[in-house]
Design a protein around this ligand. Structure first.
Ligand code: PHE
Length: 489
């Protein structure tokens, strides 16, 4: 059977950018940058991009493209006994999409709420008490929040529709899901920087504190952000590269994708901080009192600021949450594609029933995150998947391919058709530097986790749950590997 292919190079590049550019660019990067030295953070960020982000992206692209299979298949063809790592990566991807889709569903709800600014004056209480109606602990599930379930169903329908015919559909959808958020983001930057107080806000974002560069945590933050932001370690980039025609330029594409991702994150910071500066200006509250990252930034701080806008409040609300929706959706379907691609490669199941089943199971699991305890679970699962699962895959990918496979083979494969040629520098990054940094990242996380309290509720139960889930995925990965299929010959 002929493998499906992208229609053209742009489709592949846009799809990969769509996966990389997500909510993290808007609500994580600006905050991390502000916290870790402002403008000076760009130095460790770019160092991390070039020493770990891009080399690993090239590694994943080259594997997917050379073997023409998603993560499990590609790793299996790279040598006996490696297939499980591919399964583990795509299982983590599937776990991530189960909650990531819920955040997209919230964005959809909030798009609707923007029409009449339904959150009212107390945006914080609206989010926690009226919208999520959060319970006191993860084990008090309460009931399903029906309005979340409705938008979650719509989100899953969108996710499955976008990957319905694989690269053929994805290649078309990404023209909208990548370009539209860019247009909206630029509009928000322009709106932001023309508001009074904007410059003040931007100075918080960008004033370089070079002394921060002496702090190793700043460097770790940079590596962590790069790794998460490029969507590596989930098998996504292997799946996407497996649909490339032979002789595609890999190193150059990786560079374009990584720079587009970094550029978007940097730009998003302008939108976020200029708008925060405006709020500080109108309300007289210092920025460090209102700045936050991730969920509170989008669902509490932004609605608050939208309330303060002089004109077109509703319109800005709608556009802002639509932007989040589009930013998220192409990351979400890339996660599903990573998983389904692995299954189709191995068992040659038909795409339609598989996608429908994945959609239903994903939706079903997602219901947990649509209960009163939803956000508490979301926090826990996110922590384990992104801090442990992802780094684990990253380290092993580098090490297994360096020491139990010949990196030179991948190097010469890439060099056949790329403008930029790989050499010893690439080998060094993959063999030594990237895994080393990731291991340190891992070590500090264990330390942090052991010596600091996390959340307000007992850590034992949720930790056991988190590690348990990862252990379960590991077991499942091995079972999947052992299941015989003739396809990975
Ligand atoms: N790269 C995405 C972001 O920056 C996060 C993500 C990672 C999404 C992996 C999907 C898969 O938001």
């Amino acid at each position: 059977m002929q493998r499906e292919k992208w229609d053209n190079r742009t489709a592949f590049i846009l799809a990969s950018i769509g996966s990389a550019v997500g909510l993290g660019n808007v609500w994580r990067f600006p905050y991390v940058c502000y916290q870790n030295g402002g403008g000076a953070f760009l130095i460790p960020y770019f160092v991390a991009l070039f020493t770990a982000g891009i080399p690993i992206l090239i590694l994943e692209f080259s594997l997917g493209s050379k073997f023409g299979k998603g993560a499990p298949g590609a790793l299996s063809l790279a040598g006996r006994g490696k297939e499980w790592l591919g399964w583990f990566a795509v299982l983590v991807a599937f776990a991530v999409v189960c909650y990531y889709s819920v955040i997209i569903a919230w964005s959809l709800s909030y798009t609707g709420y923007s029409v009449n600014l339904a959150w009212g004056k107390d945006t914080e209480s609206f989010f926690w008490n009226s919208y999520l109606c959060v319970s006191d602990g993860p084990f008090q599930l309460g009931g399903l929040r029906l309005h979340i379930v409705v938008t979650l169903i719509i989100t899953w329908i969108a996710i499955i529709a976008c990957i319905w015919k694989g690269p053929k559909t994805v290649g078309k959808v990404v023209w909208v899901t990548v370009l539209l958020p860019w247009v909206l983001l630029i509009a928000f930057v322009i709106r932001g920087i023309t508001l009074p107080g904007a410059m003040e806000g931007l100075s918080y974002y960008l004033t370089p504190q070079f002394s921060a560069l002496k702090n190793p945590n700043v460097w770790l933050a940079a590596y962590g952000q790069v790794f998460f932001s490029l969507s590596i370690g989930f098998g996504i980039m292997m799946a996407y590269a497996s649909y490339l025609p032979p002789k595609s330029d890999i190193a150059n594409n990786a560079l374009i994708i990584a720079l587009a991702d970094a550029g978007t994150a940097f730009l998003a910071g302008f939108a976020v901080f200029s708008t925060l500066g405006y709020y500080t200006y109108t309300e007289g509250i210092p920025i460090d009192k209102i700045i936050s990252s991730s969920i509170p930034l989008a669902f509490i701080t932004f609605p608050t600021i939208i309330n303060e806008f002089p004109i077109f409040r509703q319109l800005f609300g709608v556009l802002f949450f639509l932007m989040l929706f589009f930013l998220g959706i192409d990351s979400a379907f890339s996660l599903v594609e990573a998983f389904s691609c692995g299954i189709i490669d191995k068992w040659r199941v038909r795409r339609t029933p598989l996608l429908l089943s994945i959609g239903l199971i994903g939706l079903g699991i997602g219901l947990l995150f649509a209960t009163n305890a939803g956000i508490l679970w979301l926090d826990i699962v996110d922590y384990f998947m992104c801090n442990w699962g992802l780094v684990f895959v990253g380290v092993l990918e580098c090490l297994l391919l360096s020491y139990a496979y010949d990196l030179k083979k991948l190097e010469s494969y890439v060099n056949q058709s790329s403008d930029i040629s790989l050499g010893n520098w690439w080998n060094f990054m993959i063999k030594i530097l990237a895994p080393l940094v990731l291991l340190v990242l891992f070590g500090t996380e264990i330390y942090r986790r052991t010596y600091s309290s996390y959340g307000g509720y007992p850590r034992v139960a949720e930790s056991l749950g988190g590690y348990g889930l990862l252990a379960f995925f590991l077991l499942l990965s091995i079972i999947f590997m052992k299941k015989r299929a003739r396809v990975f010959a």
